[in-house]
Structures are given as structure tokens and as C-alpha cells.
Write a protein that binds this ligand. Structure first.
Ligand code: COA
Length: 187
């Protein structure tokens, strides 16, 4: 493992590094299959926008983005981020991409969501993590629900993806949900 920050079962998470911007990550954001249910992909990705994103992250206490890396091959397969972290409300928004499509459906998203929840509640002392997902992004909704996120409402026609308007499904995980989930696991 190279500079691990959060270590899970099959994956670890580390700070995003400049070299990552030149790997497959660049193309993930251009790929219309990967970005089908995302805001990305509306405009071509550029080194300038990647660099600006990267520079904005360095030293930020309100946005934390980590590379998701397979332990076995030390392969960068995606990113997970906490955004708009509010230390008064003790809340944040979560985002995730598994960019390597051969890694879909293997439980990596669920593993990363779980590790970041542990970090959010046990280290950052957050109380709430929110997610907004396109209604047809079943994989994402399922991975969040497996982690303990609960649906809390929809934003009607908030997204335009794949040729039509889609509702945004809002989900959230509270610290109390997380503790209840852990207690259930240890029974
Ligand atoms: C959607 C995405 C996050 C799912 O990640 P993943 O690592 O493949 O998800 P997991 O393997 O942890 O799957 C979690 C659950 O969802 C199910 N699932 C995953 N993809 C699915 C799909 N396309 N359709 C139906 N179910 C799916 C899995 O079977 C699993 O359920 P199970 O444990 O009951 O079998 C990933 O495909 C991705 O990053 N896509 C592109 C970017 C994106 O959409 N990001 C999310 C923006 S909010």
C-alpha cells in the first residue's frame, strides 16, 4: 500500500496525488457509460479543470477526496469524497465514482462507503452524511442502502441524463443509524 489513509478489507483509500490525474482517472470523466448518471460528461474533460479541482482540494477542510485503491494490485479504481463539510451542523455530502468498469458489482462501492462513514463519525465527529442519486442509478442506491443510508425524499426532475429528466433520490446516514447498524452486526 502507498500512503494509506483509510484501510478496508480489499481496498484502501489515500490522498489523491498529482500523478493520478494522468492515469485512467482522466478518461473516466469523459466516458459516457461511466458518467451516465453523473453531472460529469456534459463537457469534455480537460487537464486545466482537473488541475483546478486538484489545487482547490489541497489544504481544504471542507472537501476531502480520496483515491480508492485495490490492495492487491495497488490499482486506482475510483474516488470517494466528502463535500460541503459543515463543522457547525456536523454534516457533509458524499460522492463516489468507481471508474474502472471491470470493478463494478464487486462490492467496492459499499466497502468504500462503509470506510468513509466510519471515518466521518469516529474521526471528524460528523452527525449526518447526505447523498443525492439519480433515480435510475440502482447500483449506487443499493450500495448506499447496504451501508445503512435511508431514503428521505426526492427532488423532482432535478437531473437531465440519458435523454430525459430524472428525479434525484436523497438519502442520508446519521451517526445514530450507523451505531444501530454496528450494534445489529455484533449480535
Ligand atoms: C454505481 C456504482 C457506484 C456502484 O458501485 P459498485 O462497486 O459496482 O457497487 P457494489 O458492487 O458495492 O454494489 C452494491 C449493490 O448494488 C448492486 N448493484 C451494483 N450495480 C448495479 C446495477 N447496475 N444494477 C443493479 N444493482 C447493482 C450490487 O449487486 C450490490 O447489491 P448486493 O450486495 O445486494 O448484490 C458504480 O458502478 C459507479 O461508480 N458507477 C459510475 C459512477 C456513478 O454512477 N457514481 C455514483 C454517482 S451518485
Amino acid at each position: 500500500m502507498h500512503n494509506p489513509f483509510l484501510v478496508a478489507n480489499r481496498i484502501y483509500m489515500r490522498r489523491l496525488e498529482k500523478e493520478d490525474l494522468e492515469g485512467n482517472y482522466f478518461q473516466w470523466l469523459n466516458d459516457q457509460t461511466i458518467t451516465k448518471w453523473m453531472r460529469h460528461g456534459a463537457f469534455p474533460n480537460s487537464p486545466e479543470s482537473m488541475n483546478a479541482f486538484y489545487e482547490n482540494l489541497s489544504g481544504s477542510k471542507t472537501d476531502i477526496v480520496l483515491a480508492i485503491v485495490l490492495k492487491e494490485q495497488d490499482r486506482h479504481i475510483g474516488n470517494i469524497g466528502l463535500h460541503s463539510i459543515n463543522y457547525v451542523f456536523r454534516s457533509a455530502e458524499i460522492g463516489l465514482i468507481i471508474g474502472e468498469t471491470d470493478c463494478w458489482g464487486k462490492g467496492y462501492a459499499a466497502e468504500a462507503f462503509s470506510a468513509i462513514a466510519d471515518y466521518s463519525f469516529k474521526k471528524l465527529n460528523l452527525n449526518r452524511i447526505a447523498a443525492g442519486v439519480v433515480d435510475e442509478n440502482i447500483g449506487s442506491i443499493r450500495a448506499l442502502e447496504k451501508t445503512g443510508y435511508k431514503k428521505e425524499g426526492i427532488l423532482r426532475q432535478a437531473y437531465f441524463c440519458d435523454g430525459q429528466y430524472h428525479d434525484c433520490v436523497n438519502l442520508s446516514l446519521l451517526h445514530s443509524d450507523w451505531l444501530a447498524g454496528r450494534a445489529h452486526e455484533s449480535i
